[in-house]
Design a protein around this ligand. Sequence first.
Ligand SMILES: [Zn+2]
Length: 376
Amino acid sequence: MSNGDSLGRRLGKTVRAALRKVGAGLYHLGLSHRIVNLSPHRIRALLYHSVESSPGSYTAGLNVNVTPATFDLHMDYVRSHYSVSTIETALDGLGGPCPALITFDDGYFSVEKHAVPILEKYELPATVFLIGSAVNGGVVWVNELNHALNRYPHVVNSILPEFKMLAGLSQAEMIFKVQTTFSPADVKRLLRRLADVIPREHDTLQSADPLFSSADGILAMQGRGVHFGFHTQDHFNLQLCDDASLNVQLNAANVAPLLNSNTFAYPFGYYSREAIRKLTQQGYDQLLTVGSGTRSSSALHTGRTELFGTTTADIFAQLEIEEPAIAMLRRAFRFAKQLFRGSALHPVGIPGSSDLSGGISPLPLESDLPETSKPR
Ligand SMILES: [Zn+2]
């Protein structure tokens, strides 16, 4: 990472922190409804993953969890400020003023157990994006690697000489490195080696709640009004798939009976031109990414905001002040980049839009397409 990158990232974090402070101040002045109503057409798309009281080794440290109490607080806020509808209804402009969407990626069982009852309490619709292999009893590679690193860090270290690019990295950095540089074949090789060296724990998953919802659980949730979209077969980074593995990842045949919406969410928010082409050919009419500002670039895409705030002021500040401001800055930086590119000059010390994500940079592909934020 260059000094420019880390300077840009630090600047991005400072900007975000300042925006959140401003947002929280406006909320405490009692202006939240008035400010929300200033953007009656902007769709606020919320992204969650797991909803557990205390994350287990498969999710702890991935920064994907909100507690049921926090989720309840979020839903109470969302219900009182927005018109929550399904993706299709919101995109058709039929969702009412200040539309909002609630989405969950990955199909964690904790959503079925804790989030769906809260959604029912507030009568809010939501869409869950399913991973084919997870519905069929598998564990997604991100969770498998995370579990190994949480439970057996020394055992994982013992195979790192075979994966030199991962040596010396923290847990989060290692997972990010794999997700942004390992092809599906590389990920499978890493998992095979982990399976060789990690003690078998057949009863760990059986004695506790399952990690992901089963087909039966999903059908029961459908009966309770929950919508389901597709999130690939194995949750690989689509930018690192060759044509054959892309076809496998985008083939929803084995979960087709469980999908009741024509929507797709990219793993980690990463996409490629080829993925877009294949998905539109298959008839998906809405593709969901991670991060704000996406719809300004493509009507087919909707960017989503991950909410972790624990107060209503935090949620308001993120959704209404930070995200719109960052989206605006991204557009301005993209425009400035194009100008510099046109004049063959390179801006020095100007943060790229990814630096404003507050997380880790996306892959340097599809530079003219919207960028993603934190990896999931
Ligand atoms: Zn995911």
